[in-house]
Design a protein around this ligand. Sequence first.
Ligand code: HEC
Length: 140
Amino acid sequence: MKPVLIMLLGAVFLSGCGESESKVDGRWYTPSLVDNGKRLFIDNCAECHGVAAQGTLHWNKPAANGKYPPPPLNGTAHAWHHPLKGLKRSVQLGGVPMGGSMPGFADTLSDAETEAVISYFQSQWPAPIYQAWLDRGGLK
Ligand code: HEC
């Protein structure tokens, strides 16, 4: 199935059985997806990335153990350099396979839940960052 289709099905499912709901400011997600994502983000991600996805202060310098601290996902770091597919992969696989320390969530979050957490941290991105992400092919 095409990712776009999965995304749409996920959005429709999470927004309550086929009711149509308008998207947030022309973005790919709906307000109810963001609401669900916020709950999931607080339960699974906030202990490291912060409740508002603000990350840690010195995220771009390795800590004493040589690992990088959790980066912000709110548009101030690099998350917007990755297309939706890449962000999904990061969340599903985590950073451990690449020598990092983030656990993978493939066994914890469904595909739709993974998209929901992404919609939540993307909802923290200012409009120019979201636009730059689209221009780089964020939804391709
Ligand atoms: C135990 C701490 C921890 C938890 C929990 C965690 N992360 Fe991470 N995350 C990190 C760290 C540290 C990195 C940097 C790469 C690495 O070391 O693995 C990272 C990197 C990322 C990246 C890549 C950012 C970029 O700029 O490329 C994304 C996206 C991300 N995390 C999303 C999430 C989401 C969504 C959740 C919850 C489902 C989550 N993380 C849970 C610690 C965590």
